[in-house]
Design a protein around this ligand. Structure first.
Ligand code: KG4
Ligand code: ZN
Length: 336
């Protein structure tokens, strides 16, 4: 059987990334040029700056991905690229590049949904991992519970009604003076704090709902901080971080386990930037062990935005016969 090589490109937010992936699960190269330092100056991602940086970096990143894999463009079987959701100006850079390469080299073009990419990171991490399973996708832009019945077959069980989980981490971090991106900083601070120090709400919504809501929790943290300041009382950032994190994680774990049980699946996968959160990993692992479930978690480098995960998703579309035309357009609010 012939090996399939995919050159993948990802530029939906603030990482310019390219990768070469063999047969879906073997990463031959994974190049990520992060713009985080630049955006940190502004306390968050500035879309216009992201697009410009993608334009500057993308050629070099793609060349390096091919060089690191010790392969040429001619040896690729297809070009995979994220075409949504994300920042439209950022998406357009990667997509235009992918189209140009596909056209010039005469290779098929395969558009990939960014969230599908995040989920597929699990196939790279665990070579035997396969559907059906329940996926919790938590990142700076998304919080979705997705039932994956087969490769490329997704059913959204629930999603956030307001802020994404990572967004809540970032906003709370800013409120307690920890800077951007807040997720890793809260994660680290929480290890030194008491999770029971402050009683923040757990937002479960309606009894039968798999949706999430994090803006109320975020407001509760902000109110608490303001009240403490007003009273001249002490603020212990580590305790706030630990207490906030416990509220988020309890809800994420509980809804994911409930959804898995409801679908009769015994496998759970974490995906997205927040999946590298240590408390989420630990609590989910404990819950899975209690229920006899298997938990798949990608390494942190595969959790945050990267192109290897896009190459994996593109591979499964490729073998399913999916091909996109050069009229493929970026879609900032693409549905899964
Ligand atoms: O998947 P990702 O790189 O980009 C999006 O597609 O959004 O996720 C970035 C998000 C940020 O909000 C960041 O604060 C969060 O993931 N994050 C974390 C951790 N590492 C990254 N959140 C909690 N704990 C972490 N260790
Ligand atoms: Zn992402």
């Amino acid at each position: 059987k012939k090996d399939i090589y995919i050159l993948a490109i990802e530029s939906s937010c603030d990482e310019t990334a390219a990768a070469v992936v063999k047969n879906g699960r073997e990463v031959l190269s994974n190049v990520i040029s992060s713009q985080i330092d630049l955006h940190t100056l502004y306390g968050g991602v500035v879309p216009e700056i992201a697009s410009r940086k993608h334009v500057e970096n993308i050629d070099g990143v793609i060349k390096k991905a091919l060089a690191d894999a010790d392969m040429t463009l001619e040896e690729m079987d297809a070009i995979g690229v994220t075409y949504g959701p994300g920042l439209v100006g950022a998406l357009l850079v990667g997509l235009a590049e992918a189209k140009a390469i596909a056209y010039a080299a005469g290779k098929p073009l395969i558009g990939v949904h960014h969230i599908e990419g995040h989920i597929c990171a699990n196939y790279i991490q665990n070579k035997d991992f396969a559907p059906p399973y329940m996926a919790l996708v938590v990142s700076g832009g998304h919080s979705h519970l997705v039932y994956v019945s087969d490769y490329g077959k997704y059913e959204i069980m629930g999603h956030t009604r307001d802020d994404a989980a990572g967004e809540a981490y970032d906003k709370v971090a800013r409120a307690i003076g920890m800077g951007y991106p807040g997720g890793p900083k809260i994660d680290a601070a929480a290890k030194k704090g008491n999770p029971d120090a402050v009683k923040f709400p757990r937002v479960f919504l309606e009894e039968d709902s798999y949706d999430f809501s994090f803006s109320g929790l975020k407001s509760a943290v902000l109110n608490y901080v303001n009240k403490q300041k007003m009273m001249g009382a002490e603020i212990v950032p580590e305790d706030i971080a630990a207490s906030f994190q416990q509220s988020v994680v309890e809800v994420l774990v509980s809804k994911t386990i409930k959804a898995a049980k409801a679908h009769g699946v015994k496998k759970i996968a974490l995906a997205g930037g927040v999946a590298s959160n240590s408390a989420l990993r630990t609590r989910m692992q404990e819950a899975c062990e209690r229920n006899g479930f298997y938990l798949s978690v990608p390494a942190p480098i595969l959790c945050t935005d990267n192109a290897a995960m896009i190459g994996c998703a593109a591979y499964y579309e490729y073998i399913a016969g999916v091909r996109d035309g050069l009229d493929l357009n970026a879609n900032p609010s693409l549905k899964l």
